[in-house]
Design a protein around this ligand. Structure first.
Ligand code: BGC
Length: 762
């Protein structure tokens, strides 16, 4: 149906317009009967539908309708599979249609700055390329069913501690490269219907009223056309917010702000055109949904099965000593198997807070094993919801382990340790769990650990266990997925979307997480996750991108379309491809990763950064070619002075690997860029700087040839023994003022030289 939204806006009174910019209640946008503007609903998100009928809340305490709980983003991020995320999004879109929900409040894509952030389980990765691409697919999936999404929390919401007021202090390069880039990709590639602001401030200004963030970057640079919505109760200065481009305040906050908006328009404090634009965007959302409602139904059990499939593709096999041929995994059904740990019976499959789903059912590993006729000896060993040591339970666990051929320990983090609303205090598993693993290791060499957690944990027992399967928070079908993977019905193919450090003290944000409650300084800059660990050559427990399989893969035949790329208008691309072969005995999937290493030395940058990934399914012996397209952004970094992405001319390595530390193939590419950096010459400009810029190089060479002799030692330096080297440095580092100070060139002549250089730069 063609709707004339502008005409509708013209029919509204100022008060009505202002009221449309706020919620009608906790979950509904404002309706206006007189103009047949319907009442539409939004719901959390992101990995299931938390539609509340009564007693609404944003803490996840009160009940919501029964729904399907899909794996959380900590798990799905590890799938490295864009199509899978599309599929999950489409399933959720169908559920929203069936339940009359116009927009799902997700995906959440804040970068995992520290493993301690209580809400990391809801976020995709420590890497913005991965987070952005996966989020874009998820959004496309949901929106393919004519249901909106809310890309959240924009931006720099990387901790829970004082999340509503904390001021994130970060430089622009850090923000652009690490904390905005994933949002940029998702906005540009999938046009989410809404973007949800974060609660926090960025460099002194709340996101919900941040002109730079909302007007300049989101709408201006990235071309976002949808609705910018506040996080729940996340507005501070509402008028400043509307001016900056925050259209919708959620939920209903007592009517105060609606009144203030209407008054501001009347007294000239807010141009009516700005309010109109916000209302237009809100009405577009309402009618895009309402005019295109489809009668939808979905089959809960079919979605449960999708949830299981997604988890099978997402879980990460972190360790399997002996490899596919002699590893403990996959388990043989005829062995005597003990399941130890309450998570086998009561798996933790989702996190706490606003994303908490009222799962219509949940399958435990014990149930799934029973359904397959697999006999296991189960003992609780430790509880799933708290940290209490129980000597009797511990002894029972040791006895069960002794009786068995293999002990499978189902461990994880209890809800109370990890949730929205607060951060973790440490990176450890509950002591009672570590104690059981250590104790059974005394009597049983064959131990498999299966983890249920939303973010990394320290593993003091890692050398005592042979296999380790990271399920993350795997959704309501996690037990089924675990059994399928443990017994080899499915082959693990997830890869870590975050580094597992050895200890929390190794994390680059350690000194500055979570700050003092008022401010938090992102002093580590762009060196987050593997960008830091790889640069500093730090040992880690498991690196970014790591994940094993029951088969093996060989990489070969790296081909680059050409050996150099010239960026003239920035739209040029280069294609890189490589073969991947399944060299093992079973079908498997490999997530191939492409990293770029900047060898130009033009800026301090991480050693390597992920710029491409693809997941391929291969039968034994089969080879497939994976193809990546790289563009200017693949090589670029954010140059604050230029106010844009910049890539220096020079050499870059294109590296393809199975993790950030398992690099298999590489080739060099020469980048030629015709972009110039801002450059103003003055008395302190050095010879080095003049020689480096192509515009001043020739003139600088002529001047140097005339006035400097870099091969000649500066008088007096011989005695120091460092004369030659120092002379050479002195030549490069000489500021132009030295020309009149040390070379007897008249001051006025040098002044003219500077003028001439600046003319060349115009
Ligand atoms: C969360 C959002 C959520 C909203 C509504 C807030 O507390 O930060 O992610 O969508 O509540 O429940």
């Amino acid at each position: 149906m063609d709707r004339d939204i502008k005409r509708l806006v013209n029919q509204l009174t100022i008060e009505e317009k202002a009221s449309l910019c706020g919620g009608e209640d906790f979950w509904h946008l404002r309706s206006i009967e007189r103009l047949r503007i319907p009442r539409v609903m939004v719901s959390d998100g992101p990995h299931g539908l938390r539609k509340q009928k009564d007693n609404p809340d944003h803490l996840g305490h009160n009940d919501s309708i029964k729904a399907v709980c899909f794996p959380a983003a900590c798990a799905t991020g590890s799938s490295f599979d864009k199509e899978l995320l599309y599929k999950m999004g489409a399933a959720l879109g169908e559920e929203c249609q069936a339940e009359g929900v116009s927009a799902l409040l997700g995906p959440a894509i804040n970068i995992k700055r520290s493993p301690l952030c209580g809400r990391n389980f809801e976020y995709i990765s420590e890497d913005p390329h991965l987070a952005g691409k996966m989020a874009a697919s998820f959004i496309q999936g949901v929106q393919s069913r004519n249901v909106g999404t809310s890309l959240k929390h924009f931006a720099a919401n990387n901790q829970e501690f004082f999340r509503t007021t904390v001021d994130v202090i970060a430089d622009e390069r850090t923000l652009r490269e690490m904390y905005l880039a994933a949002f940029e990709t998702a906005v540009k590639e999938s046009a989410p219907w809404t973007v949800m602001c974060s609660y926090n401030k960025i460099n002194g200004i709340h996101s919900s009223e941040n002109q730079w963030l909302l007007a300049e970057v989101l709408r201006g640079e990235w071309g976002f056309k949808g609705v910018a919505v506040s996080d729940w109760y996340g507005t501070s200065d509402r008028i400043a917010g509307v001016k900056a481009g925050l259209d919708l305040e959620m939920p209903y906050s007592g009517g105060h702000n609606d009144k203030a908006l209407a008054e501001a328009v009347k007294n000239g404090g807010l141009p009516e055109a700005i309010l109109d634009a916000a209302v237009e965007r809100i009405l577009t959302l309402i009618f895009t949904y309402a005019d295109n409602r489809v009668k939808a139904e979905f089959d809960y059990d079919a979605h449960h099965a999708i949830s299981a499939d997604i988890e099978k593709e997402s879980a990460v096999l972190l360790k399997n000593e002996g490899g596919p041929d002699s590893g403990l995994l996959p388990l043989k059904k005829d062995k005597k198997i003990a399941f130890i740990g309450a998570f086998a019976d009561k798996p933790r499959f989702q996190g706490g807070g606003s994303s908490h789903i009222n799962a219509y059912k949940a399958t435990s590993a014990l149930q799934a094993a029973k359904a397959r006729g697999i006999a296991v000896d189960y003992v609780e060993g430790f509880p799933a919801d708290r940290d209490v040591k129980d000597p009797v339970a511990l002894k029972a666990a040791v006895d069960a382990a002794k009786r068995a051929d293999v002990a499978v320990v189902f461990a994880g983090l209890p809800d109370v340790i990890e949730s929205e609303g607060y951060d973790r205090e440490h990176m450890r598993l509950p002591e009672c769990q570590n104690a059981v693993i250590n104790a059974i290791a005394e009597v049983q060499p064959n131990i498999v650990v299966v983890l249920h957690n939303g973010s990394p944990v320290e593993m003091p027992w890692i050398d005592k266990v042979k296999s380790l399967l990271e399920m993350y928070l795997g959704g309501q079908a996690v037990g089924e997925a675990a059994i399928s993977l443990l017994f080899g019905e499915a082959n693990p193919s997830g890869k870590l979307a975050e580094t597992f450090p050895l200890r929390i003290e190794d994390n680059p944000s350690y000194e500055n997480f979570p700050g003092d409650g008022k401010t938090v300084h992102y002093n580590e800059g762009v060196f987050i996750g593997y960008r830091y660990y790889d640069y500093r050559k730090k040992d880690v427990l498991f690196p970014f991108g790591h994940g094993l399989s029951y088969t093996t893969f060989q990489y070969s035949n790296l081909k680059m379309e050409q050996s150099s790329i010239h960026f003239v208008n920035g739209s040029e691309t280069i294609t890189v491809s490589a073969d991947v072969t399944n060299t093992g005995k079973v079908v498997g999937k490999e997530a191939v990763q492409l990293y770029i290493e900047d060898k130009t030395g033009a800026a301090i940058r991480p050693l390597r950064e992920l710029k491409g990934f693809d997941k391929v399914s291969l039968a034994p012996g089969e080879t497939k070619r994976v193809v990546f397209t790289l563009d200017k952004r693949s090589f670029a970094w954010y140059h604050t002075e230029l106010g844009d992405w910049y890539c220096a001319s020079g050499e870059y390595a294109v590296v393809i690997g199975a993790s950030s530390r398992d690099l298999r193939l590489s080739a060099m590419v020469q980048v030629v860029s015709n972009e110039y950096l801002p450059f103003h010459v003055d008395w302190n400009t050095t010879v080095d700087a003049l020689l480096k810029d192509p515009r001043t190089r020739q003139a600088a060479e002529e001047i140097s040839a005339r006035y400097f002799d870099k091969s000649k030692q500066e008088p007096g330096l011989e005695s120091l023994g460092s004369g030659d080297k120092w002379s050479e440095r002195a030549y490069f580092e000489a500021p132009l003022r030295h020309l009149y100070m040390t070379k007897d060139i008249p001051y006025e002549e040098v002044e003219k030289m500077i003028e001439a250089f600046n003319k060349l730069l115009c």
